[in-house]
Design a protein around this ligand. Structure first.
Ligand code: MF3
Ligand code: CO
Ligand code: CO
Length: 258
């Protein structure tokens, strides 16, 4: 059982540094959008992001060497759910791609991901991306002091399942700060009123993985890439969220996202 006292409360200095890290992570996604086109490989997207983060931002790409992860970003394509490894796969029209960026700046992490479509997506591709985006914002909408982690998961699950999609259970959002992953675990399913109560100064990610088919997943032999068992399309969006006195502040929201 998680106890509220296990969850770090950030001070004003931590929060300011988390704002900077979050803004930089979002900027990488703004930057990479125009490069997501038919003919490009996910390895090329990785290189462009790596260069931008290290040279332009003077920051560190957190995934690189994290528990042995070999690249600087995660690229999860079509039926890949999360933790896809950039490689020689060439993007083609109708692909849907999640790009997940985590940067470390001044010792603090900012973590965010979005979906990108290559050309016009299929109807189902567009739909699973839209449902995952709305699911994230349904979760964000309930964040305020006194709400519980279960309230967040419940809002996400009820919405996504109501849209005849499914929510992946095996991976979740997480507290974030000087550590990439810390308490609490933020499940994207649950029951209202369950789990610890939120307090101002907590910072965590919300990052629902939504499948067009069944919720079950499997891990590929590369030990990183997670895919849907039924090979249905999967989509995910992620923000780093600060609990404020009045609700929430999205540390990874860019002016370009709406
Ligand atoms: N950014 C992912 C998350 O949202 C974690 C990636 S871990 C990696 O939590 F090692 F695969 F990069
Ligand atoms: Co995350
Ligand atoms: Co992430």
């Amino acid at each position: 059982m998680l106890r509220a006292r296990d969850i770090p409360i950030k001070n004003a200095d931590d929060i300011e540094k988390m704002r900077t890290a979050g803004r930089l992570a979002a900027e990488v996604l703004d930057m990479i959008g125009e490069h997501v086109r038919a003919g490009v490989t996910t390895e090329e997207l990785n290189s462009i992001c790596h260069e931008h983060i290290t040279v332009k931002q003077g920051a560190i790409p957190a995934p690189l060497n994290y528990r042995g992860f070999p690249k600087s970003i995660c690229t999860s394509l079509n039926h890949q759910v999360c933790h896809g490894i950039p490689g020689d796969r060439v993007l083609k029209k109708k692909d849907i791609l999640n790009i997940d960026i985590t940067v470390i700046k001044d010792g603090y992490h900012g973590d965010t991901s979005r979906m990108f479509c290559v050309g016009e997506p299929t109807v189902i591709g567009r739909r699973v991306c839209d449902v995952a985006h709305e699911a994230l914002f349904r979760g964000i909408a309930v964040v305020r002091p006194g709400a519980t982690l279960g309230d967040i998961g419940h809002a996400i699950q009820v919405y996504a399942e109501g849209e005849r999609c499914s929510i992946v259970r095996e991976y979740c959002g997480h507290g974030i700060g000087k550590d990439f992953h810390e308490e609490p675990q933020v499940l994207h399913y649950g029951r209202q009123g369950e789990g610890v109560a939120l307090k101002a100064g907590m910072i965590f990610t919300i990052e629902p993985m939504v499948n067009a088919g069944k919720r079950h997943v499997k891990l590929l032999p590369d030990d990183w890439t997670v895919v849907t068992k039924d090979r249905s399309l999967s989509a995910q969006w992620e923000h780093t969220v600060l609990v404020t006195e009045s609700g929430s502040e999205l540390l990874t929201l860019s002016p370009a996202e709406h």
